[in-house]
Every structure is written in C-alpha cells, then in structure tokens.
Design a protein around this ligand. Sequence first.
Ligand SMILES: Cc1ncc(C[n+]2csc(CCOP(=O)(O)OP(=O)(O)O)c2C)c(N)n1
Length: 187
Amino acid sequence: MLEAAHGRAPAVASAIRRVVNPENMIFTYQGDGDLASIGMAETVHACMRGENITIIFINNGIYGMTGGQMAPTTMPGEKATTCVYGRDPKVNGNPVRMAEMLATLTGPAYIERVSVYDVPHVNKAKAAIKKAFQMQMEKKGLSFIEVVANCPTNYHMTALESMKFVKEKACEFYPLGVFKDITKEEK
Ligand SMILES: Cc1ncc(C[n+]2csc(CCOP(=O)(O)OP(=O)(O)O)c2C)c(N)n1
C-alpha cells in the first residue's frame, strides 16, 4: 500500500502500473474532495489514458476528514461548513456527476455507480468491484466504481438517518447504474 498526496492517486497508480509486474492488481481508494476537486486533473487524465487500474470513488458529498466543507459533489441546497445555508449554484457553482462525465471519454473500460445504504446494495457494490478487478486481471483497461456513501458525523445525523438521506436524496441526484462497459459493447 502506498499513500499518495491528496488527489494524486490516479497519477501514482499509473506510474506503479508501468513499473510493476503486469499481474499485480492496482487500485486507488478516494473521496470526492480528493478525486473530484484536489485531483480532478489526475482523475480525468488517467481515465483519458485508459490505464489498466481500478479507481474506487467514495462519494459522500462532503469533505469528511477536514470537518465538513463543501465538495464538488455537494448537492444544491445541501449544507456544509462553507455553504451554511445550503449550496447555491449561483454562488457556489454546480456539482459534478463524475461517472457520467468520465463515461464520455474513450479511455475507461467500465464505469458503474453503486451505493451501500442497505444490504442488497452492499452486495451489488461488491459485485461491481469484483467485476472491476476481474476486468483489470483480463487487462481490459480502466475501471471506475463510484460508491454513493454517507458521512453521519458531518451530515449531523444518526447512521440510520444518513442512510435514508443517501437512499432518498443522494441516489436521486446521483442515479445508480452502469455508465460504460466495453464488454457489452464488444458483443
Ligand atoms: C493536496 C492537499 N490538499 C488538501 C489537503 C487537506 N485535506 C485532507 S483530507 C481533505 C478532504 C477529504 O475529503 P474527501 O476526499 O471527500 O474524503 P472524506 O474525508 O469525505 O472521506 C482535505 C482537503 C491535503 N491533505 N492535501
């Protein structure tokens, strides 16, 4: 395991991909502040290149670790410490739907958005990550799994309330599903 500077994981993973045994599995694990703000360029370029790596993107709509600042994925109206009245797109800009945006690129092989708000969805998330790793083992190219997740601490909710929020609000704004799959296109 190697810890990259924030946002730089796809660049570091690309470098590792090129120097290690091609049989080694390489994946990144990144939050939305990390992947879609600090490391947006690294993410987009690794996807454009179509590196044979797997990116696991945990989208909880907030900068959790630093105390709940607005992330690029904070939804309109959603509160954060840097938009205390709720995100106003006119003032704070619009959020980004990473899976949809990256699916417009030629590079990625597989892009799916999953969630973890109940057991069936945890199992679906597990299956998507397994498929991503399998595709990497088959050297099919870059796989990107977005996980719509919770942050009860910074949402100021109980764990159960935060799961309800993810199900009813976040998954409405960030619809679940497969956005790209070259194995389907091949058939
Ligand atoms: C280059 C750089 N910029 C800023 C920071 C400060 N920082 C540490 S964690 C973090 C926010 C992380 O948010 P996110 O990636 O959404 O992950 P979460 O904590 O919500 O899981 C920030 C801004 C840093 N460590 N490195």
